[in-house]
Design a binder for this molecule. Structure first.
Ligand SMILES: [Zn+2]
Length: 78
């Protein structure tokens, strides 16, 4: 399974050092609640399911995913 970190940036351009909370809304948005130490403000980033899908790396072939599951079951994380 490949992994892609979600880019998070405050309006001021700073990358937040601290994520306070991640949650979901009744209208199916994922909300990330973080602290910007530069602005000294609490910020919210909201993403729809479609936006989350856009950030996901492409799916891997089944054989590769199968190997990853096997390695994970052995306690090996690639
Ligand atoms: Zn900021």
């Amino acid at each position: 399974m490949s992994y892609h970190a979600m880019p998070l940036q405050c309006y001021c351009g700073e990358v937040p050092e601290q994520i306070l909370e991640v949650g979901f809304t009744s209208d199916q948005h994922m909300v990330i609640h973080y602290w910007c130490s530069s602005c000294k403000r609490v910020m919210f980033a909201s993403h729809t399911i479609e936006e989350c899908r856009e950030h996901c790396p492409p799916a891997e072939p089944e054989a590769v995913a199968e190997d990853a599951r096997f390695l994970l079951s052995m306690g090996i994380v690639g």
